[in-house]
Design a protein around this ligand. Structure first.
Ligand code: ATP
Length: 576
């Protein structure tokens, strides 16, 4: 039985140290004290969630509720709690201080087990409808009554979504292995299992129930796989050199959908693996018409403009990602899904099969109006590839995707099994996806909007850190500036993000890394202003960065990595 006080102590310890190795050992110790009925709950709590994202279970508790619960539990009036919060800048610290010197002693204090805490948090998340707000505050107050000062620090940070521990998924995977066999040798099968179901709590539970099962983990409908990702090249020659004979597909510029069906049940997941089923009744219907009992496949959804006889640009297609007016939107922007992979069919896990075989199934299975195979041509010569590429651009598409015919589906990994060649090839413009870590105030004409640009970072999974790569000062429309100012204002923090490595460049306001933006640039240079891939004080930076758009379909875990930036830098030199 694991007590939350042990977990809180662990949180406190790792806040002081940030070395991966030390963190792994401490976490492994905690895992050793955890039993099979608790391990999934503990893993979710460390991840700062209650369930995998596709379950759509969100604590949804604003600071206002947390303030009310702190007041109720500590006996301090709300205005004093607020005053303390203004001073501390961290509601968790305020809870710790005020509850630590409780004016009102709680009627009973019991040591909280991790399961008790988790179940109470789940109750908070699930209560809805009239009276639910009072109910949420009541449950949280009870939790605080049973918490020590230190425990309440983390309970409050957790419910307000500001538990920024910096324990990444790789550390959790390592620690599970270390707890079980004393070293990291099981990290790889654990990671593969995680990539296959995107549910780390579930993987941990299976592992605790029967470690052998991890080695033969298979795909299951309604547990979405982490999407396979594409590497990049900047010339047709490089692709042929690497893959030889390969499949060249159109690269459609819409949004990615992962579709699952078992019997009558159908679910659709976004690239971030959020459930999108309700948004696309037309796609759901088309999937029900397929002559299969079970299937998991992936495709790119695009809206077709029948008046112009071509596909709508990305921004128009995105009108289909909405919660209201779904019926009208489906008429105005009818979707096509171009299927580019199949991962499971009628009880068979296809992920280990070569692409060639998966492609056969795609061509046999998808023949209806909405669902159709992505266009693919087999090529083995550079000039054939170049021709298809030019053809795709003239159709208003984004470029091509080259597929290795022999490769398995590598969930969650960026591999040369897929290689993208984009419109930007041959020109000196490319884009990355970066997370906003801070923003600047405007000067001169822009002071009116109080917005002067963004500091953005990429992710370095080896270090578990975000590393800054650009200060973006242009590309914003007035509307975008207003919108960014508004959403960023809500997530301002006094201190820089814990997981951020920054150097000279400091914004006027730091923000919680949450929003992903696509950034265009001319070149990558080396600079001491940024920390991306930094060695001896010199990192990589984008030259002439400008905002393309906010990428609401991408999560923070999915942004461009340091390694990719370095690769782009190298590609740029080979081009020159
Ligand atoms: P990434 O997905 O590699 O992180 P990204 O989201 O910026 O990067 P791109 O680099 O433009 O996207 O290309 C990858 C995306 O292209 C896929 O995630 C998928 O949504 C889309 N795509 C379009 N057509 C295809 C296709 N034929 N095969 C695979 N993916 C395709």
């Amino acid at each position: 039985m694991l007590l939350f006080s042990n977990v809180a102590f662990f949180f406190k310890e790792i806040e002081k140290r940030s070395g991966r190795l030390e963190m792994t050992d401490q976490l492994a110790n905690l895992f050793k004290q955890t039993d099979v009925n608790e391990i999934d709950k503990l893993v979710y709590i460390i991840q700062g969630i209650l369930a995998p994202p596709y379950e759509g279970i969100d604590l949804g508790m604003g600071e206002r509720f947390a303030l009310a619960a702190i007041a109720a539990s500590s006996g301090y009036p709300s205005n004093e709690v607020e005053k303390n919060y203004k001073k501390s800048g961290d509601l968790g610290d305020t809870a710790e201080e005020l509850l630590g010197k409780k004016k009102q002693t709680a009627l009973s204090t019991t040591e909280m087990e991790i399961s008790y805490l988790f179940d109470a948090l789940m109750k908070i998340a699930k209560s809805s409808g009239p009276g639910s707000q009072d109910q949420k505050i009541k449950i949280l107050t009870e939790l605080l009554n049973n918490s020590s000062g230190l425990e309440s620090r983390y309970v409050i940070r957790y419910v307000t979504g500001s538990l920024r521990l910096g324990v990444g998924d790789p550390t959790i995977l390592d620690a599970l292995s270390v707890a079980h066999v004393g070293d990291k040798s099981l990290r790889e099968p654990l990671e593969r299992a995680y990539n296959t179901c995107s549910d780390l709590g579930y993987v941990a539970k299976v592992f605790y129930t029967n470690p052998k099962k991890i080695e033969s983990f298979v795909v299951t409908p309604f547990k979405p796989l982490m999407p396979a990702l594409a590497e990049r090249e900047n010339a047709p020659e490089a692709i042929i050199e690497r893959l030889g004979k390969c499949g060249i597909e159109m690269k459609y510029d819409g949004f990615r959908l992962q579709c699952h069906r078992k019997g009558d049940r159908v679910e659709l997941y976004s690239r971030k693996l959020e459930k999108m089923t309700n948004m696309f009744p037309d796609v759901v219907e088309a999937i029900r018409e397929l002559k299969v009992a079970e299937i998991i496949f992936e495709g790119e959804a695009l809206a077709f403009d029948s008046k112009k006889g071509r596909y709508f640009p990305f921004q128009q297609t995105m009108h289909r990602r909405r919660k209201h007016g779904i019926e009208d939107a489906s008429k105005e922007f009818p979707l096509n899904v171009f299927v580019f992979d199949v991962l499971y069919i009628d009880g068979r896990d296809m992920t280990e099969q070569p692409y060639e075989k998966r492609r056969d199934i795609i061509e046999k299975t998808f023949k209806n109006k909405i669902l159709q195979p992505s266009q693919m041509t087999l090529v083995s010569k550079t000039n054939e590839l170049e021709k298809i590429f030019q053809n795709s651009i003239s159709q208003g598409l984004e470029g091509i995707m080259a597929k290795d015919l022999t490769a398995p589906y590598t969930a969650g990994k960026r591999k040369f099994a897929w290689i993208k060649l984009k419109k930007s090839y041959g020109k000196s413009v490319d884009t990355i996806d970066a997370v906003v870590v801070g923003y600047y105030l405007g000067q001169g004409a822009r002071a009116e909007f109080e917005f002067g640009g963004l500091l953005v970072a990429v992710y370095n999974p080896d270090r578990g850190k975000f590393e800054t790569v650009a200060r973006i000062g242009s590309g914003f429309s007035e509307d975008e500036m207003r919108n960014l100012q508004e959403i960023l204002n809500d997530i301002k923090t006094k201190k820089p993000p814990v997981k951020l490595d920054f150097s000279v460049e400091k914004p006027d306001f730091w923000v919680t890394p949450k929003y992903v933006v696509e950034v265009a640039f001319d070149d990558i240079t080396q600079s001491s202003m940024h920390t991306c891939g930094a060695k001896d004080g010199k990192g990589y930076a984008l030259r002439f960065p400008r905002l393309v758009k906010l990428r609401e379909d991408k999560g923070v875990e999915e942004i461009t990595t340091t390694e990719e930036v370095v690769r782009m830098y190298e590609l740029q030199h080979s081009r020159k």
